[in-house]
Design a protein around this ligand. Structure first.
Ligand SMILES: [Zn+2]
Length: 464
């Protein structure tokens, strides 16, 4: 699959911006985490001041409440620190995404979007993320890690008869867990605000941006879930949540059209998609492996992965998934549900092909049934048509017959009448003729008789 020059430019600029954002977050984290470190030292000091020689519930609770008081201020400072860091990053992200989308101002049709850090901070503090407010997340990361650990350590200490010093030492070591959670929380907040800025900039340009493309970081340490979505197209308003998980490095690249952006041919500089290969396997939550190789690649994650060594592919996919892909049972795009961004389990994938073909069969069967239904409908229509034709023909025939009958009657009437007239005429003529003949005969007879009588008379006269 090829990527347009415009998309590559947007992708490269987005990756570049993410690195800048990471750098900024790293610096902010130093400040935020130093607060946690300070709290750790104070906690250790509090614990060492306590001259408890034997553990009791009362003393334990007293110690816990002391730790809690100490932490309240620390938690407030950390919440403030994360809110500051993410609101400043977010405000910069609005500018960055506006600049990226406008191709540094060259795309004249692009509208920018901006947000002040103050406004953002008030939103960040008041808006729940994943069901919790920022302050509640901070509270949880302390409570779950530390409070529980302290209780457990004290209980274990009681059972094992550990020395007080050993327990304190273990408690101090328990802090890195909290630190890790605070770091994840900070990165998640910065990433969420950045993603929101990106989506707001796209929304401001909804007339020219309708669709976006999911782009995962092209690295062997990218998680499978994100890599599986690489290259998939979504509607601007309908895609899996981004970031998809803590430390997700994915971006949504708008699918743009040069003309609608108001770009001219020469505006887009040559850009390519960077990749990096680091030591080790995928680390779900990031982590830093030594860089082995970096470069550029023009295709999707799928095609890039195939260019890696068999071992690197195996490290990334795991042996079963690699096997399923290589055997042709599944394709790379089957690994993740592209609608939700959920990773498919090995169980689901193992009979995926069968299920897919079963589904395909069902579709086929459905189509066949539909076709049969259509055909029977057609047959029915045909027979109905034929019967209608028959009926029509019958009616027509009957009509014709009736007409003929009527005609015949009329004709017969006429004929009969004419015949009768003719017969009558002939009869009349004959009668006249006969009468004439008769009268002529009669006349002849009488003439004859007259002649005869005249002759007789003359003869008689002669005789006289
Ligand atoms: Zn991701």
């Amino acid at each position: 699959m090829t990527v347009s020059k415009e998309e590559l430019y947007l992708l490269a600029k987005n990756v570049e911006w993410q690195y800048k954002l990471d750098e900024y977050t790293d610096n902010q984290l130093k400040t935020i985490l130093s607060i946690t470190e300070k709290s750790q030292k104070e906690l250790t000091a509090t614990l060492s001041k306590a001259t408890i020689t034997e553990w009791s519930e009362e003393r334990t609770n007293k110690l816990l409440s002391e730790i809690q008081t100490l932490q309240t201020g620390v938690k407030a400072s950390i919440t403030e620190g994360i809110a500051d860091a993410s609101s400043l990053a977010g405000s910069a992200a609005y500018d960055a995404h506006s600049t990226i989308l406008s191709f540094s101002g060259a795309a004249t049709a692009v509208v920018g979007a901006s947000m002040t850090a103050e406004t953002l901070k008030s939103i960040i503090v008041k808006t729940p993320v994943g069901g919790n407010l920022l302050s509640e997340w901070v509270d949880k990361s302390f409570t779950s890690n530390l409070q529980d650990k302290i209780k457990k350590e004290i209980a274990a200490g009681l059972i094992n008869g550990d020395s007080y010093r050993a327990i304190t030492k273990r408690l101090s070591e328990g802090f890195p867990g909290t630190k890790r959670e605070i770091e994840t929380l900070t990165r998640t907040y910065v990433a969420s605000v950045n993603s929101q800025a990106m989506q707001d900039v796209y929304a401001a340009n909804s007339d020219i941006i309708k669709n976006v493309q999911w782009r995962a970081a092209m690295s062997n340490r990218t998680c499978l879930r994100c890599a599986g979505l690489d290259g998939h197209k979504y509607k601007v308003e309908d895609h899996p949540p981004i970031p998809l998980h803590p430390r997700c490095r994915c971006v949504l690249i708008p699918i743009v059209d040069k003309t609608s952006l108001g770009l001219s041919k020469s505006d887009v500089q040559k850009a390519a998609r960077p990749y990096s290969i680091r030591e080790g396997k995928i680390v779900g939550l990031g982590g830093k492996g030594k860089a082995i190789d970096a470069g550029t690649w023009a295709g999707n994650y799928d095609s890039w992965l195939k260019s890696l060594t068999p071992q690197q592919q195996k490290d990334f996919l795991g042996p079963r998934r690699l096997e399923l892909i290589q055997s042709g049972n599944i394709s790379f795009e089957d690994l993740v549900d592209r609608r939700t961004g959920r990773i498919r389990t090995l169980d689901e994938l193992s009979d995926y092909k069968a299920k897919k073909s079963e589904f395909g069969d069902k579709v086929k069967m459905g189509m066949a049934a539909k076709k049969a239904e259509e055909m029977s409908k057609m047959a029915l229509a045909k027979s109905m048509k034929e019967s209608a034709e028959k009926t029509a023909a019958g009616i027509a025939k009957a009509a014709v017959e009736k007409v003929a009958e009527n005609l015949a009657i009329k004709l017969a009437d006429k004929v009969a009448k004419e015949m009768a007239e003719k017969i009558a005429k002939e009869a009349a003529e004959k009668a006249v003729k006969d009468a004439l003949d008769l009268s002529m005969k009669a006349a002849a007879v009488s003439t004859k008789k007259g002649i005869e009588s005249s002759i007789i008379a003359s003869v008689e006269q002669k005789n006289y």
